[in-house]
Design a protein around this ligand. Sequence first.
Ligand SMILES: O=C[C@H](O)COP(=O)(O)O
Length: 324
Amino acid sequence: MGKKMMTSNPGSELDLGWLNSVHINTAAVYRRAANLQSRKAVKGPYQAAWLLRAVTCIDLTTLGGDDTESNVKRLCAKAAQPVSNDMLNALGFETGSIQTAAVCVYPAKVPIAYATLKKMGMEKKINVASVATGFPSGQYPLETRIAEIKWAVEKGANEIDIVIDRSLVINKMWSELYQEIKKMKEACGSAHLKTILAVGELGSFENVYKASLVAMMAGSDFIKTSTGKEAVNATIPVGIVMCRAIKEYWTKTGYQVGFKPAGGIRTASDSLSWLIMLKEELGNDWLKNSMFRFGASGLLGDIERQLHHHITGRYSSANQFSMG
Ligand SMILES: O=C[C@H](O)COP(=O)(O)O
């Protein structure tokens, strides 16, 4: 599942009438989330297959102030071989057949990420995603936010994870939000645009739904929940709200926009809950990495432990699969 399968959303006119018609039944969202989360977990051989699917949907992320060249290189090596060949073979998969969807780094680390993947011959299989536009706060002039996108694309990023200016949502400045994201989409050129809403800072599900619509109207190829740096990051209820917006946008425009929950997704069991929610809300079309990603720095290790348990019947120590 390489880069070429990605689709692009051309966007549409800003439709304020549509935004004004939005009403969210908060109690119903929580009921739906509780109902989905009470479903029996996927078990047995299906579980291993779902977990491997989850691995192929990970944007393997390092977004630390202390990121170095060597930990970005290690991240790339892990993205190229996220599950050991022994485990893959035991599960009936070919050697080297699974990669994560992307590595996700700060702009300054794009050159080393791209060069490392290229050296490994993996630059066509693994996307280079760069956060941009003053991640994580977005509190920078538009000019420098746009320049950041262009710089990251020039250095090898083919996916750009922007943050929005949350104040535009809080103050319901939908037209300004639309114009900003549209400019960011233009700056991306052929790179895919993933728009981080930072849902934990938007105040209400209604704002999340409206911001999702505006982001899609402005041409976002994915909408993403969080930076991982807010106090509240990805939750299933907010995921349901965003998936409903994606579904409505698809129904009205015919364009399919991807979804990326990010922030605090740490366990194999979390990943299964998200995949179940996705399948129930958007259907099988979204169960692939051209339409769905996990933004996660610490999920892969737990999936590896779960796969190890599936194969051997034993749990490994917490630090056996420490990276990712
Ligand atoms: O976009 C990705 C997030 O920053 C990852 O958050 P996390 O470190 O909580 O997994």
